[in-house]
Design a protein around this ligand. Structure first.
Ligand SMILES: Cc1cc2nc3c(=O)[nH]c(=O)nc-3n(C[C@H](O)[C@H](O)[C@H](O)COP(=O)(O)O)c2cc1C
Length: 180
């Protein structure tokens, strides 16, 4: 396998669920948004919209709304009982699509995760909050985040200075086959 800066950045990214209590810089946030913006999209539709939230009170309110809806003890998500959905990260980017643009959103969110890693930041992609934001009960959050009513929640990603170094998770190598 070839190793270079880009490849090693991809290989060494891990989901981070513990964060330091310090905010990322405006320049780092601008870089994350720039890298998101330059993600490819189907037919260059550019359907994804991001709301970058750095307001802890808002995130905690959303977390309470979320857990009240799906249950405080639901063991479905990692760190469910220990951390809020956003893993106490100082910045969370919420992505909405003009339609069901899950593929475009997935590509964009990985751009953000890798850009974060390249700047020494950790990240955690967050689908669980869709339990609230993609539901009827979550509609109130569209106005809070200044998102039009008819947009769909796609995915979120928490970003900050990581406070853990998790071990790599085993990959299913047998799923990758070369046909020549
Ligand atoms: C679409 C998607 C949704 C995810 N949602 C959550 C989530 O809601 N909460 C969480 O803690 N991790 C979430 N993750 C992180 C995965 O659990 C993590 O990527 C996986 O366990 C592999 O670990 P790694 O990223 O360190 O390789 C999500 C990842 C993806 C790609």
């Amino acid at each position: 396998m070839i190793h270079n800066e880009t490849v090693d950045n991809i290989l060494s990214r891990r989901t981070i669920r513990e964060y330091e209590d310090r905010q990322i810089t405006d320049e780092q946030l601008e870089t994350l948004l720039g890298c998101a913006m330059w993600a490819p999209s189907a037919r260059n539709g550019q359907p994804c919209h991001i709301r970058a939230v750095q307001d802890k009170a808002l995130l905690d309110e959303m977390n309470a709304d979320f857990k009240n809806l799906v249950g405080w003890d639901t063991p479905a998500y990692t760190n469910w009982n220990k951390n809020p959905f956003y893993q106490n990260a100082p910045t969370v980017l919420f992505m909405y699509g003009t339609g069901e643009n899950y593929m475009d959103g997935g590509i964009m969110v990985e751009n953000i995760a890798l850009a974060a890693k390249s700047m020494g930041l950790g990240s955690c992609i967050i689908g669980s909050i869709g339990g609230l934001l993609a539901s009827d009960e979550g509609n109130k959050w569209k106005s809070r985040l200044d998102v039009p009513e008819d947009y769909r929640f796609l995915i979120a990603i928490a970003v900050g200075y990581g406070a853990e170094e998790p071990a790599p998770k085993e990959r299913k190598k047998e799923q990758f086959i070369v046909v020549k």
